[in-house]
Write a protein that binds this ligand. Structure first.
Ligand code: PAD
Ligand code: ZN
Length: 367
């Protein structure tokens, strides 16, 4: 079958047609991929910001149809439409039992090793293992994942729109509703309004935020931000974005701020843009080893919280259907997030478009 494989850092993905995938074993499912989104985290694996063992089939945001299930799988059956979760839920570990399945021990191990629960990946080429990003590997026509790594969805929902729920939507909307628990009437500032940041903005609209300030370097992204609900925009390239957010909030700073880029400098800005008693949420994934600085005095004196946000603090079984209901009700814009569609052969062009800031989300369709 066909797939896109990363064979070396900063190399274009290699489009291959000799990729093999195992049949699902006990507790695993095989998915025929329909659509996959191109997320900045994939780009971060390509450039070494996020480490995954290579060769690796990238892709962690996708939707498709169950092709086969292994022994003991009862939640889904062949023909079911599913969204893949980039942290699978085992249901049994310390975190799953405490309703923090986004931290699932087995799911986290699968993510770190880019493999299934037994440590081996589903893919191979010429008899040699090929890993699967985040335990998913959605840049292939078929993938095999743990049963707790898929969530069944309503057949009537477009699989293109549903694919985005696998990462960008769940991370962005969840950062607002689950991680920060933004209160109605609040002021929110979002630094970085790409595929994930736009979902923070629309999450803030759902939460009833009154003022939503979008901060980005690109005017086209700030235009998109307005379409997704930003009430004010700040171009970070022209002036001091912290001062601009302060002046838009009577000098106080925002109640909640979100860093959605993954850079130390903007993490510090997110901290500084939050008001006393406010909350700064870190969503972007910085390069390992990068430090961000906040003077020790301030979180104390300002009674300010710094929160990390992994996968929108999601319970995918609860949140995927909820976000798709909001989409059906017209409260979440998913179709509008897809700026361009690419074929698998064009996937490297898709990443160029993401790098250049041309797209909110690009997607690859497999039909
Ligand atoms: P994206 O490339 O679509 O968006 C990033 C945006 O940041 C773009 O619009 C840029 O123009 C903008 N930007 C860049 N530099 C600056 C700056 N200095 N000031 C203001 N704006 C700037 O990426 P994305 O939305 O797909 O992903 C964003 C980050 O979120 C990235 O680090 C990704 O790895 C991370 C992510 N985290 C999780 C999680 O679970 N925490 C999940 C998914 C993605
Ligand atoms: Zn992602």
């Amino acid at each position: 079958m066909r797939g896109a494989v990363l064979t070396g850092l900063n190399e274009p993905l290699e489009i291959v047609d000799d990729l093999e995938v195992i049949e699902p074993r006990a507790g695993e499912v095989k998915v025929k991929m329909h659509t996959t989104g191109l997320c900045h985290s994939d780009l971060s694996v390509i450039n070494g910001t996020i480490m995954q063992p290579m060769p690796c089939v990238l892709g962690h945001e996708g939707a498709g149809v169950i092709e086969a299930v292994g022994d003991g799988v009862t939640d889904v059956s062949p023909g079911d439409h599913v969204v893949l979760s980039f942290v699978s839920q085992c249901g049994n570990c310390y975190f799953c039992k405490r309703h923090e399945p986004y931290l699932c021990e087995k799911g986290t191990q699968a993510m770190a090793t880019a493999a299934l629960y037994d440590g081996t990946p589903a893919f191979s080429r010429g008899g040699k293992p090929v890993t699967q990003m985040s335990g998913c590997g959605t840049f292939a026509e078929y993938t095999v994942v743990p049963a707790g790594g898929v969530v069944k969805i309503d057949d009537s929902i477009s699989l293109e729109a549903a694919a985005l729920v696998g990462c960008g939507v769940t991370t962005g909307v969840g950062a607002v509703l689950n991680t920060a628990e933004v209160k109605p009437g609040s002021t929110v500032a979002v630094i970085g309004t790409g595929g994930v940041g736009l979902n923070v903005i629309q999450g803030a609209v759902v939460a009833g935020a009154e003022k939503i300030i979008a901060v980005d370097l690109l005017d086209n992204k700030l235009e998109m931000a307005k379409q997704f609900g930003a009430t004010d925009v700040v171009n970070a390239g022209s002036g001091n974005p912290v001062a601009e957010v302060q002046s838009l909030t009577e000098g106080r700073g925002a109640d909640y701020t979100f860093e959605v880029i993954g850079m130390a400098a903007t993490m510090t800005q997110a901290y500084q843009m939050a008001r006393r008693g406010g909350t700064a949420v870190m969503v972007g994934v910085p390069k390992m080893g990068e430090l961000f600085s906040v003077m020790g005095f301030f979180p104390v004196y300002e009674n300010k919280a710094i929160k990390g946000c992994w996968y929108g603090s999601a319970d995918t079984r609860r949140d995927f259907p909820e976000y798709l209901d909001l989409y059906k009700e017209g409260k979440l814009k998913l179709d509008e997030l897809i700026t361009r569609e690419f074929t698998l052969d064009e996937i490297n062009d898709g990443f160029e478009a993401l790098k250049n800031g041309e797209v909110a989300r690009g997607v690859v369709r497999y039909d």
